[in-house]
Design a protein around this ligand. Sequence first.
Ligand SMILES: *Cc1c(COP(=O)(O)O)cnc(C)c1O
Length: 358
Amino acid sequence: MTSLADLPIRDDLRGLTPYGAPQKPVRIALNVNENTHPVPPEVIAHVTAAIEREMRSINRYPDREFTLLREHLAGYLGGGVAPEQIWAANGSNEVIQHILQAFGGPGRRVLGFPPTYSMHAIIAAGTGTQWVEGARDDDYRLSPETAAAAVERTDPDLVFLCAPNNPTGTPLDLEAIAAVYEASRGIVLVDEAYAEFMPEGEPSALSLLEGRPRLVVSRTMSKAFAFAGGRLGYLVADPAVIDALRLVRLPYHLSALTQAAAVAALEHAPAMLATVGAIREQRDRLDSELARLGYAPHESWANFVLFGGVTDPHATFERLLEHDILIRDLGIPHHLRVTAGTEAETTEFLDVLGRIER
Ligand SMILES: *Cc1c(COP(=O)(O)O)cnc(C)c1O
């Protein structure tokens, strides 16, 4: 049998294993921060009709510029964002890959602040970009001073921030983003995958874009928007940044079906986002109940909670799995992460956890 090691694979990929959270057929999956509520039937009908219409021209290549989708994404964001500032791809992971293909690559480096979204370092590796790390402050926070000092120390070509941060849920002040921008010469990407879960009225990094042509804000329809299987991520930046991404994207990277489904879903944005308030409530409930059970939850502005005080994370993970509940063990000592699900899912998780030795 041929193994990977027998192949003329890139030296920097030798010995690596593929990334991915375990996909197990469980009743209660609270491991990858999806919106666990069902999609409303009227949205399903609308999206299905849009896909059926699209099938009549599926023999043709799709709109390479996904014009209608960009208009809808700009409309969804509001706040004066123009379609020319929008880029989209098959998940924000691909959007981030495009950024690294255009602005990173061999001989360049990207600075991140672990623990953070694992895919940032993995996409960096895949594009031959060196991943360098800065430290965080207490409780995973990142102050403007700490962040800017790391930029000055490492002089990166790109900086990746995550706000709120995954897997910790930690908020990030706009002042820290502005400080990183001032200190750096390269692209500053703020991954706002969980922006919709932030407290009402909290400003997003979108409000910093004006006058900052190296700033990029990425978003996704995979989390609050309940569209993870649809694979649609996007970013907002200066139109010149978008032009750079056109140099590295594959032609027609967004299928006609993806574009049609995403547009139709965006036309029902209020219905798709109707559960955000309920999810925030379950997140806050996780926070207080986990503390009551003696665990140490970290403040979260996202739809998940990272909690410490777990004697043996692997054992607790397995015990929950025996009850058909899947959460996430990220390898942070004495910590586990759980997604805020429906009220019933959250209740069952807390009930079972309460019966497990801490
Ligand atoms: C889940 C997640 C994403 C989403 O990736 P998609 O490719 O859009 O599904 C991006 N960034 C962070 C920090 C995430 O947690």
